[in-house]
Design a protein around this ligand. Structure first.
Ligand code: HEM
Length: 409
């Protein structure tokens, strides 16, 4: 006898990815995600006008590979139509292809390897600031600063501009923590305009004084787009820079924080890393697997069956990469953190046409950071009276993480 077909009502859940209650304690988001996955590969939430939540590895891979059926716009449940689309992440092929090709050489593994020495220098400069103190607020002192400075180095923009980014991107991503929803939306739009203004200024400057840097290169290289072979417009460039900034900041910040928390909770694995830093690249993959930061969105372009559910054209979906990464049909003992896990085909960088362009950069940043942290302050611990503060939303992460350690002597 075949099991009766489930309906949308059967799999309707109470889950809002923006609910602050999903941020604290650290495990709550994953616990809720596991409950959703246990209910089905595709469940339905009434939040934000109603949307599907895809929880399992196979169905998420199907979606990532089928850009015709699942459009990348909007990628976010809370979208400001007036702002327009982020390039390239919210464009579908064939429109997407040319922009992605323009960005690819910037993030290629060869170029990223060259950046390694500068990354190690920045990591050690940041550690120099607090390694003798025996304590630090790890996010503001390190995990936030590192990707912000590397982004500026990558683009060849002034390092002094880092604080501007930090504040405005926080507001763009998370709104205003205090105030009404309307105030929060307005603050978001204001911060977005401020960022666009900054990017426009950088484009103007490099148009007038081109150099060998990436910004100049992007401005002056003709790209094959659907409307022909041409230079990118200022509007396209600023939208691209905005996405590059947002894509590389909180994702790396969160992953750097989860690395600390998971290694504190698994002291014998931390000792293995200290004894043999050659294990760090695999450990990085495992940290990325257990806590995928991004929850991408898609919109169905036609009626389609997925995971036993009938999705209608126009329906919105979100992809729980973090629960796909804990799917036992793909991973043995998926809740266990195993820093030597192989194979480790996690979906934290997405897949298909939009697979993360910054994955090489992110891996290098995380690897070098963990190498230097475990060389210089290996006995870090959390501060019980001042526990870490995590946040949910479509880019999960960590806002605050006080640590203590033996000061460098
Ligand atoms: C741990 C760090 C990171 C994680 C977990 C991550 C995750 C992701 C994911 C899941 C996507 C696909 C989104 C989708 O399919 O809708 C993506 C796309 C992207 N990421 Fe990352 N990312 C990280 C770091 C970075 C960095 C450092 C950069 C560059 C500065 C970057 C640049 C991009 C870009 C440009 C795209 C869009 C690619 C496209 O649409 O073709 N990411 N990332």
């Amino acid at each position: 006898m075949t099991a009766p077909q489930q309906t949308r009502q059967d799999v309707t859940v109470d889950f809002d990815i923006y609910d602050p209650a999903l941020a604290d304690p650290v495990d709550v988001f994953q616990e809720r995600a596991a409950e959703l996955a246990a209910k089905g590969p595709v469940v339905y939430s009434t939040a934000h006008g109603g949307h599907w939540i895809v929880t399992r590895y196979q169905e998420i891979q199907e979606i990532l590979r089928d850009t015709e059926t699942f459009s990348s716009y909007p990628n976010n449940l809370v979208t400001n139509d007036a702002f327009g689309k982020f390039i390239p992440v919210e464009l579908d092929p064939p429109e997407h292809t040319g922009y992605r090709k323009a960005l690819q050489p910037i993030f290629g593994p060869a170029r990223m390897k060259k950046l390694s020495d500068s990354i190690r220098t920045v990591v050690n400069e940041l550690l120099d600031e607090f390694a003798r103190d025996g304590e630090a607020e790890y996010i503001s002192a390190f995990a936030h600063e590192l990707p912000a400075r590397i982004f500026l180095a990558l683009m060849d923009w002034p390092i002094e501009d880092a604080p501007l980014f930090s504040e405005a991107t926080n507001v763009v991503l998370f709104g205003k923590p205090v105030g009404t929803e309307q105030e929060s939306l307005e603050a978001r739009a204001g911060a977005g305009v401020q960022m666009l203004g900054y990017f426009e200024k950088m484009v103007d400057e490099r148009r007038a004084n081109p150099g060998a840097d990436i910004t100049s290169q992007l401005i002056h290289t003709e790209v094959e787009l659907v409307d022909g072979f041409r230079l990118l417009t200022d509007e396209e460039l600023t939208r691209m820079f905005f996405l590059l900034l947002i894509a590389g900041l909180h994702t790396v910040q969160g992953s750097l924080a989860w690395a600390i928390v998971h290694l504190v909770n698994n002291p014998e694995q931390r000792q293995q890393i200290v004894d043999d830093p050659g294990m760090i690249p695999d450990a990085v993959e495992e940290i990325l697997r257990v806590e995928a930061a991004v929850v991408p969105g898609r919109r169905a372009t036609r009626d389609v069956e997925l995971g036993g559910m009938s999705i209608a054209a126009g329906d919105q979906l979100i992809l729980m990469l973090c629960s796909a990464n804990r799917d036992d049909s793909e991973f043995d003992d998926p809740r266990h953190v195993d820093i030597a896990r192989r194979p480790n085909r996690h979906l934290s960088f997405g897949g298909g046409a939009h697979r993360c362009l910054g994955s090489h950069l992110a891996r290098i940043e995380l690897t070098i950071a963990l190498e230097e942290i475990h060389r210089r302050i290996p006995d870090y611990a959390l501060v019980e009276s001042d526990p870490p503060v995590f946040h949910a939303t479509s880019v999960r992460g960590c806002a605050r993480l006080p640590i203590r350690f033996t000061p460098e002597g």
